[in-house]
Design a protein around this ligand. Structure first.
Ligand SMILES: *Cc1c(COP(=O)(O)O)cnc(C)c1O
Length: 467
């Protein structure tokens, strides 16, 4: 399988290079040159597969030619066997045609585990074949860091250092990172804000000599392999609800557009995904875009659903590349305009093509709390703020009669106990596998808000294996 950049200028790559590169050399994002397609008969034949079996079946075409293609079934088995629910991604029925798919049964209680558990193993497997190592450095405001650490802990070919702003992440989030005592994991508490952490990471990547010296790498949400692994649970839910013989829709709490784009990718592969509801919080750049055809940034406001507090949805560029006439050059032009002016108007044909599948909705914090309270009363289910936004959007979405609509629950309520308690009056408890989280020993190193100081920490850590 050959991959090309959304901006059309970077050279085509195979799967393994796309996995390790993340971002394309021209600043674009990778997409398969041709989409694998499953016939209705092939989709019907997926019924009854276990989650890991389905994962290998759906992802295999994307990995054609990879050095680790034959290892995929085993890697899928290992990735999902530790999940806390036997169904991995269980479905619950809310009313006649509304459903919830729980994507929070992984080690860190958020949907990012579903992709990252596999991606960490893919990194390790590909690097082992090449006899290479990487040093992954990332910044987190709380949620992504723990999922990345869990995906890389104890992997032979990977070291990982995660920066978080000291004293500015919740205790659950900090402990999910700092209680991982594996030798290849370092938690760094930066004297500064999340933006400082991000700037430090950018400074490291901008220093090319340093980047090459420690083999710097990232596992951020623009990595194609993360999107690929997310496609699987769209098949999982649709198959359970009658695909390919019955169409289905999804409602997705959205930030960087990676999750909901995977639903669109499933549609391109032949799954009858008729509707995708993009659910946002007050940071509603996407809601405004789908209403107007104009993407326009405004400042980020902090909300109760911090993983959706975004200024720009990076994965949206992938949807542009598939709908904007004129190919990579047209996408590159639009992105340049957007970067310079903070706004871009998409061609009418692209906007209309998107609106044939996507609709959008938004809930501010007050509406989110009200939805959490109401859902607890009417369904008995406790939702975290992110999930509640997706469920509320699903319940009020206008869809064709009888179309089953699946809301993706992207985080466990115990991950956001303060908001849940505020909305429902009850504080959610941690699931059994994390019940002793507050008793576990922590390991974390303070670092100054200074790129050179950080470089010496990273250099020493990455160098310890070579000494
Ligand atoms: C990351 C995240 C999101 C947003 O997903 P995107 O792929 O960035 O759109 C939503 N909810 C939770 C809980 C998350 O961690």
């Amino acid at each position: 399988m050959d991959y090309v950049s959304t901006r059309g200028l970077a050279p085509g790559f195979g799967f393994d290079d796309v996995l390790l590169a993340g971002l394309a050399g021209d600043g674009g994002l990778y997409l398969p040159r041709e989409w694998p397609h499953f016939s209705p008969a092939e989709i019907r034949a997926m019924r009854g597969l276990s989650y890991p079996e389905l994962a290998a079946r759906v992802m295999r075409p994307f990995m054609e030619g990879s050095a680790v293609e034959a290892e995929l079934p085993r890697l899928c088995l290992e990735s999902y066997q530790g999940f806390a629910h036997p169904a991995v991604a269980p479905l619950k029925q809310l009313d006649a045609d509304r459903w919830v798919m729980e994507l929070f049964h992984g080690p860190t209680l958020a949907f990012k585990d579903y992709a990252l558990q596999l991606v960490g193993r893919l990194f390790d497997a590909v690097l082992a074949r090449r006899g290479a190592r990487v040093t992954i450095v990332g910044a987190t405001s709380g949620d992504t860091g723990s999922a990345a650490i869990e995906s890389c802990r104890d992997r032979a070919a990977v070291d990982i250092l995660i920066l978080h702003p000291q004293g500015r992440v919740s205790e659950v989030q900090r402990r999910q990172m700092t209680t991982v005592l594996s030798g290849n994991v370092r938690n760094l508490a930066v004297a500064g804000t999340f933006d400082d952490c991000q700037d430090l990471v950018k400074a490291l990547f901008a220093d090319h000599a340093f980047r090459d010296e420690v083999h710097l790498s990232a596992v951020n949400s623009i990595n194609w392999a993360r999107v690929m692994a997310q496609i699987v649970y769209y098949f999982w839910a649709a198959l359970a609800l009658g695909a390919p013989d019955r169409p289905v829709g999804f409602s997705v709490p959205t930030g960087n557009f990676g999750n909901v784009f995977a639903g669109y990718a499933a549609r391109l592969m032949g799954l009858p995904v008729e509707r995708l509801v993009v659910a946002s919080n007050s940071n509603d750049i996407l809601t405004r875009f789908f209403a107007s055809g104009v993407m326009r940034t405004s400042g980020v406001v902090p909300t109760l659903s911090p993983s959706m507090d975004i200024q720009v949805s990076s994965n949206f560029e992938r949807l542009m590349a598939l709908t904007v006439p004129g190919g990579g050059a047209a996408v590159a032009d639009l992105m340049a305009t957007f970067r310079q002016s903070g706004a871009m108007t998409l061609p009418e044909t692209a906007w209309q093509a998107m609106r044939a599948v996507f609709s959008a909705d938004r809930l501010d914090d007050a509406a989110t709390l009200a939805a959490m309270r109401r859902l607890k009363e009417t369904t008995g289910e406790t939702f975290d703020p992110h999930s509640a936004i997706g469920v509320a959007a699903a319940l009020r979405a206008e869809v064709p009669d009888g179309l089953p609509l699946v809301a993706l629950a992207t985080a466990h309520p115990a991950k956001f106990p303060d908001a849940v308690e505020r909305a429902t009056g009850a504080r959610p408890g941690l699931p059994p596998h994390l019940a002793d989280l507050f008793a576990r020993p922590e390991r974390v190193e303070p670092v100054a808000n200074d790129a050179e100081a950080l470089k010496s920490v990273v250099r020493a850590f990455a160098g310890r294996n070579r000494a």
